[in-house]
Design a protein around this ligand. Structure first.
Ligand code: PEP
Ligand code: MN
Length: 272
C-alpha cells in the first residue's frame, strides 16, 4: 500500500531499469532498490527512442510486470505514457504517469494524462526553457490535476562531452518559483554511469526533492541506456554516499518548516 509524499520532508528515490525487460529481472531490481531506500520503481514499457530501429518497449506486458513488482515489494510505479490513446491503459497500472522529454510539449497528451487523475512526472524537454516547462505544468493544472512532479534531466547545449548538460541552477530556481516537487534525473543528464553519483549529489544540494535513476543488474546487457545505468553495487555506493547529503537536506528543511504544516504531493497509488 502506497502512502507517502513527494516534495515533503522525505527525499524520494525512484529507481529501476530504463526499459522493462522481463518479470524476474524487474522484481530483482525492485527488491534491491527497495532495500536501499527507494520508494518508487521506474521502468519504461512504452519507450521513446532516438532511433526507430531500437527496442520500443514491451507495452502491456511490461505494465503487467511493473504491477507484479509493486505487488511483491510495495514500491509505487512510475512509467512513461507516450500517446493520448495509451493514457487509460497506463493509468490503470501506474501510480505516476511519466511524460517524457520528447513529449513535454504534446498538449493533447498532457491534457489526457492530467484528466486521468494520476500524478504526473513531467520531464523537462531537452530544448525547453524553464518557462516552457512551467507552461506545460500549467496546462496540466488547468486540466484539473495539481499533482505534478517536475523533473530536470539535462538539456542540450553546445557541450557534447556529456549526453546533456545538467541544469542544477534550474532545480534551484524551480524550487523557488514553482511550488511543485522537483526531482533530478542524473542518468539522462550524464549519459555515462561514472558521472551519475556526482550529478545526484549536486541535485540534492540544489534542493531536489528526489532522484530518478537508472539501475540494471547487468548494464552492459541492458536493452536501452546501459551506458548510464548503475549496477547494483554502484547504486548501493551512490546511496551510501548520498546519505549525509540527504541528512543535511532534512535538517535544513526541518528548520525552514518549523511551524508549517505538512508539505508535498501525497501519493496514494493505483494499488491503494
Ligand atoms: C527515460 O526516463 O528512460 C527517458 C526516456 O527519459 P527522457 O524522456 O528524459 O529522455
Ligand atoms: Mn532511459
Amino acid at each position: 500500500m502506497l502512502d507517502f509524499a513527494v516534495g515533503g520532508d522525505e527525499f524520494v528515490t525512484m529507481a529501476g531499469p530504463c526499459s522493462v525487460e522481463n518479470e524476474r529481472q524487474l522484481i530483482a531490481i525492485a527488491h534491491h532498490v527497495s532495500q536501499r531506500g527507494a520508494r518508487i520503481l521506474r521502468g519504461g514499457a512504452f519507450k521513446p527512442r532516438s532511433s526507430p530501429y531500437s527496442f520500443q518497449g514491451l507495452g502491456l506486458e511490461g505494465l503487467k510486470f511493473l504491477a507484479a513488482a509493486r505487488e511483491e515489494t510495495g514500491l509505487a510505479i512510475v512509467t512513461e505514457v507516450m500517446t493520448e490513446d495509451d493514457v487509460p491503459l497506463v493509468a490503470e497500472y501506474a501510480d505516476i504517469l511519466q511524460i517524457g522529454s520528447r513529449s513535454m510539449e504534446n498538449d493533447t497528451l498532457l491534457e489526457a494524462a492530467a484528466r486521468s487523475g494520476r500524478p504526473i512526472l513531467l520531464k523537462r524537454g531537452m530544448v525547453a526553457t524553464i518557462a516552457d516547462l512551467l507552461r506545460s505544468a500549467q496546462l496540466i493544472l488547468s486540466n484539473g490535476n495539481r499533482n505534478i512532479i517536475l523533473c530536470e534531466r539535462g538539456i542540450r547545449t553546445f557541450e557534447t562531452a556529456m549526453r546533456n548538460t545538467f541544469d542544477a541552477a534550474g532545480i534551484a530556481l524551480l524550487k523557488q518559483i514553482a511550488h511543485l516537487p522537483v526531482i533530478a534525473d542524473p542518468s539522462h543528464a550524464a549519459g555515462r554511469r561514472e558521472l551519475v553519483p556526482e550529478l545526484a549529489r549536486i541535485g540534492v544540494a540544489a534542493g531536489a526533492d528526489g532522484l530518478l535513476v537508472e539501475v540494471h543488474p547487468n548494464p552492459e546487457m541492458a536493452w536501452s541506456d546501459g551506458e548510464q545505468s548503475l549496477n547494483f553495487a554502484q547504486f548501493d555506493s551512490m546511496m551510501s554516499m548520498l546519505g549525509p547529503w540527504i541528512a543535511l537536506r532534512q535538517a535544513s528543511l526541518r528548520e525552514e518548516n518549523l511551524g508549517q504544516g505538512e508539505r508535498g504531493l501525497h501519493l496514494v497509488g493505483a494499488s491503494g
